[in-house]
Design a binder for this molecule. Structure first.
Ligand SMILES: [Zn+2]
Length: 133
């Protein structure tokens, strides 16, 4: 965003995470405000930033940002997939998993029902663990 608006160096940036009303917010701990969309205007007002943009500048910024927004379902699906994949990779790469039965490492394995963690000593040890998301 700063890249897109680099010709407006006077802008202050405040990160805010906004969810639609359909989302259920779990216990989120972060310094960034995490809010529902209905709280957005008030949250922005509370930030109490200096009004250092002219109306004309704000219009230009608005037009440019609208051009960036994700359109249609495809981009959104892509976005969700990217996040899901990231989670899977993080789960897979946590390789400190140790078999509680024999102390060997757990390895990622592919079975008929998908991927799971299996003991490296298989078939001597048949311990398995589901991949958690
Ligand atoms: Zn084992």
């Amino acid at each position: 965003m700063k890249q897109v608006l680099r010709d407006f160096p006077q802008i202050d940036y405040f990160p805010i995470v906004v969810f639609s009303e359909r989302a259920v917010l779990k216990n989120v701990t972060t310094w960034t405000p995490v809010i529902y969309s209905r709280e957005l205007i008030q949250t922005i007002k509370n930030l109490n930033s200096e009004h250092n943009l002219t109306y004309e500048q704000m219009s230009k910024i608005s037009v440019r940002l609208n051009g960036l927004r994700m359109h249609g379902g495809r981009d959104r699906k892509e976005h969700i997939r990217t996040i899901r994949n990231k989670n899977i990779i993080e789960t897979k790469s946590s390789d400190s998993r140790i078999c509680p039965r024999c102390g060997s490492q757990l390895r990622l394995r592919k079975g008929r029902l998908g991927e799971f963690f299996g003991c490296a000593s298989y078939p001597a040890c048949t311990y398995t663990e589901n991949i958690r998301f």
